[in-house]
Design a binder for this molecule. Structure first.
Ligand SMILES: Nc1nc2c(ncn2[C@@H]2O[C@H](COP(=O)(O)OP(=O)(O)OP(=O)(O)O)[C@@H](O)[C@H]2O)c(=O)[nH]1
Ligand SMILES: [Mg+2]
Length: 211
């Protein structure tokens, strides 16, 4: 297992930089590059997963307290692909005004971002798909934005619990035409599932080269 982790880190030694952060759709960058984003409930582990994917400890800021990421952060990987880290939804304890602003920003992002080729929706392995995840999935379905679910924090549950959540998640996804049937199980802590996302990123790059 250790060798595998090291191998992935070596393969994915890529240059990535924070490009910009936007509080408003007018500040979204226009780079003409394919983009993927990481969406999900507050505290589900979006920023941690981006760090694990990019093999950087603190590229994206993470926190124990929900509501850490409040803007949309755009990361540029070698002028080849944009990775965006979105503010979480569903943090009921945040002030109403903030919740409204985050929701509006997310809506603008999904409605306007024509460069977005896949949205990854992160689901906590302990909790499964919740109503606000379904709301986002419905929006993406209507917009025709392809999305794929990622189960996060798999290190926090037992194998049998994970198996049930995995099957349940797959079943729920059947309702959404825009969803990819494959669900990726991850742990940013234990670097599980990261190589699958790496290989997806490589596929996008290959496609781009062939255009
Ligand atoms: N055990 C474990 N903890 C994790 C994992 N991923 C994230 N965490 C922890 O979960 C908390 C939230 O992680 P973030 O990456 O900040 O979550 P986020 O989805 O970006 O949160 P917001 O920006 O607030 O929406 C932090 O304390 C992380 O250390 C994981 O795979 N395993
Ligand atoms: Mg975050």
């Amino acid at each position: 297992m250790k060798t595998k982790i090291k191998k992935n880190i070596l393969i994915f030694n890529r240059r990535i930089e924070h490009y910009t952060a936007a509080a408003n759709h007018k500040n979204f960058p226009d780079l003409n590059l394919p983009e993927i984003c990481f969406a999900g409930r507050s505290n589900v582990g979006k920023s941690s997963l981006i760090n694990a994917i990019c093999n950087k400890r603190s590229l994206a800021r993470t926190s124990n307290t929900p509501g850490r990421t409040q803007l949309i952060h755009f990361y540029n990987m070698e002028d080849s692909i944009i990775i965006s880290d979105l503010p979480g939804y569903g943090y009921a304890k945040a002030p109403k005004e903030k919740i409204n602003n985050w929701n509006k920003l997310l809506n603008k992002y999904f409605v306007n971002r024509s460069s977005l080729i896949r949205a990854f929706i992160l689901i906590d392995s302990r909790r499964g798909i919740k109503d606000n995840d379904k709301e986002l999935m419905n929006l993406l379905n209507v917009m025709g934005v392809n999305f794929q679910c990622i189960l996060t924090k798999s290190d926090k549950v037992t194998e049998s619990y994970l198996k049930n959540i995995y099957n349940e998640t797959k079943l729920k996804l059947n309702e959404y035409a825009a969803s990819y049937p494959e669900v990726i199980i991850t742990s940013s802590k234990n670097k599980i599932g990261i190589e699958k996302i790496h290989s997806y990123i490589s596929q996008i790059e290959k496609k781009k080269e062939n255009i």
